[in-house]
Ligand binder design. Structure first.
Ligand SMILES: *Cc1c(COP(=O)(O)O)cnc(C)c1O
Length: 238
């Protein structure tokens, strides 16, 4: 005799994730529409993306190019879906990204940005991009070092088929709200500096916060949180 909502249907976890975001915004004293939800669907089947779309979700994030292209083909009837590429990007894989995505969050060097701009089809609006910052200075992690963000941003802002929207980071895991907030605060500060440096650029996006640190990111001004596990459940180990 149980009437507990089972997570088999996405409805429950999706509502929970949205409520969690709304509560975090309220607790931070921010407007309820102050941050958007990016559903990170890597490793999850197209059928789950379709289910989330039916629940009203429109923005989806993918990490692996071939997997993403396969799912996009399967979901091509969902005309208003917005695809974000959030994974590491090699320079020989930029063309399909330029052709099939609306956003790229993981720009960390000029060469990638130049190729995306050159390869963005004429009939599409400019590709929205965020610079990925290695905000915790981790040796083996992708992302431009904080000291180099300004120079990269200045160069990217001149590329005709890109629109520089902001910054993204995946901080080193930390325990507790105080420790989690520090790198997010640093990323926000970097964005503020870029905004005064590049007043013409549409720098309105702080892509930060995942399932484990959403609240800290919202407290520090995140405008786009990237939730995978909290919406779709744990990802398989293999
Ligand atoms: C996988 C991934 C996420 C989502 O992580 P969860 O912890 O499952 O919410 C967010 N951002 C990036 C860049 C990712 O690769």
């Amino acid at each position: 005799m149980t009437d507990i909502a089972l997570p088999e249907s996405l409805g429950y976890s999706y509502d929970q994730a949205r409520e969690r975001l709304h509560k975090a915004l309220q607790d931070a004293g921010r407007p309820i529409n102050g941050a958007a939800l990016l559903a990170v669907s890597k490793t999850k089947p197209a059928s789950m993306i379709r289910q989330a779309w039916q629940l009203g979700q429109r923005e989806f994030g993918e990490n692996y190019l071939q997997e993403a292209l396969d799912k996009q083909a399967e979901l091509s009837d969902l005309e208003d879906i917005v695809w974000h590429f959030i994974g590491p990007l090699q320079s020989n894989k930029t063309r399909p990204v330029a052709e099939h995505f609306c956003w790229v969050h993981s720009i960390d060097r000029l060469k990638i940005a130049q190729r995306l701009s050159e390869q963005r089809p004429e009939h599409l609006s400019p590709l929205n991009v965020c610079l990925q910052v290695n905000i915790s200075h981790e040796a083996s992690k992708s992302g431009v070092m904080p000291e180099e963000v300004k120079a990269l941003a200045q160069a990217v802002a001149t590329l005709p088929k890109l629109r520089l929207r902001g910054l993204m980071a995946i901080p080193a895991p930390a325990d507790g709200l105080v420790a989690q907030r520090k790198p997010f605060s640093a990323l926000h500060q970097l964005l503020v500096e870029l905004q005064s440096e590049l007043p013409e650029a549409p720098l309105d996006t702080l892509s930060m916060g995942m399932s484990d640190d959403l609240e800290a990111a919202i407290l520090e001004g995140a405008t786009l949180v990237r939730l995978g596990t909290a919406i779709f459940g744990a990802r398989g180990g293999v």
